[in-house]
Design a protein around this ligand. Structure first.
Ligand code: PGA
Length: 239
């Protein structure tokens, strides 16, 4: 099984989501790829109806670790559970760097998701400065140290170098393979590890041929349904 996941970030109304899902279901019928989309919270309720009975899975982009309380603007696992989400993204680099979520908070989020039986897609990745300083492996180790024992069957890890996200720049295929092997070495359970960062219709087939890669987490290119369909097909063909 391989995975093609699309993170819409802060994009996509409910109307956009409906049109997108209808089109995607028309365009692809993957045989060996699990496809999931991560729309904004406001589209989750509609999404659960749109994808019911189809091959499409869906998830949330973030979550608080408490079930309820005085946390203005936050969404809890209990609320996500109501929509029956298939996954929750935890530790996306934008959450780490823009919203300053640290390793301890992220561990609490993984624990909370597990308490509510929500599988996580746990994101890790080094900045350009860290890569240039030759400490990529140390950074990935630090980001995984608190969760490596608790991530378990059903969870997924995404390796997303921060410098490749939204920049159009990607690591070489060798670099992707090396980092993903290292992540797999660090994990206690045998989990799928995805690559993320500027995946598009032009590089998807090359990435799909990297044997260590179990799939991709796509940002910008997942907003264009035709392009996302091409990426799904690239992974469906390169089993
Ligand atoms: P990108 O984003 O594909 O736009 O680089 C990837 C991600 O943030 O998951």
């Amino acid at each position: 099984m391989r995975y093609v996941f699309g993170n819409w970030k802060m994009n996509g109304t409910l109307a956009f989501a409906k049109e997108y899902v209808d089109k995607l279901l028309e365009l692809v019928r993957p045989a060996s790829v699990q496809v999931a989309l991560f729309p904004p919270f406001t589209a989750l309720g509609g999404f659960s109806d749109f994808v019911k009975g189809t091959f499409l899975k869906f998830g949330a982009q973030n979550m608080h670790y408490e079930d309820s309380g005085a946390f203005t603007g936050e969404i809890s696992p209990v609320m996500l559970k109501e929509f029956d989400v298939d996954y929750v993204l935890i530790g996306h680099s934008e959450r780490r760097h823009i919203f300053l979520e640290n390793d301890e908070m992220l561990m609490k989020k993984v624990e909370a998701a597990h308490r509510h039986d929500i599988p996580v897609v746990f994101c890790v990745g080094e900045t350009l400065e860290e890569r240039r300083s030759g400490i990529t492996r140390d950074i990935l180790k630090r980001q995984l140290i608190l969760v490596q024992d608790i991530l378990s069957t059903g969870d997924i890890v995404a390796y997303e170098p921060v410098w490749a996200i939204g920049t159009g720049v990607t690591p070489t295929m060798e670099e992707i393979g090396e980092s993903i092997s290292w992540v797999k070495e660090l994990l206690k359970a045998e989990l799928p590890v995805l690559y993320g960062g500027s995946v598009n219709k032009g590089n998807a087939a090359d990435i799909a041929r990297v044997s260590e890669v179990d799939g991709v987490l796509v940002g910008g290119a997942s907003l264009k349904v035709e392009e996302f369909a091409i990426i799904i097909e690239a992974f469906d063909q390169n089993i």
